[in-house]
Design a protein. Structure first.
Length: 129
């Protein structure tokens, strides 16, 4: 089963935007709003803007640490495991199905390692239709 990220769901759970405003956004606008959530400069100290949280599961400890460092360098807060506050969970080859199901239940966006690497290169999150 392939998990399809829903940018409107992410915004409804992770931002202070009104539901009506979110529902009227195009997919592209919704992903742009998500990207703005991770803006680290936040010159106005707007509490609605915060750093996004990411964790890595199903990787060796060494690779998990390396990927975590890379995510931190991109501006993410890196958690050790799955929580309800998490925004993204990057899955490796041994990611447990139970964690994937829990992430789906929490509304966490699930990425595969290659999608995280593409994000590093392009700055764009995958859009699955």
């Amino acid at each position: 089963m392939t998990y399809t990220p829903d940018p409107w769901l992410i915004l409804s759970k992770k931002s202070d935007l009104a539901a009506d405003d979110i529902s009227q956004m195009s997919s592209e606008d919704a992903w742009e709003a998500i990207a703005q959530l991770r803006d680290l400069t936040n010159e106005n100290h707007d509490p609605a803007v915060r750093r996004l949280r990411m964790c890595f599961v199903g990787f060796s400890p060494e690779l998990k640490e390396k990927l975590g460092d890379e995510a931190f360098a991109l501006g993410f807060l890196v958690d050790n495991g799955l929580t309800k506050k998490l925004d993204f969970m990057v899955c490796g080859p041994t990611a447990p199905a139970s964690k994937i199901r829990a992430a789906e239940k929490f509304g966490v966006e699930i990425l595969m390692e290659f999608e995280f690497k593409e994000f590093q290169e392009t700055g764009e999150l995958p859009i699955r239709e």
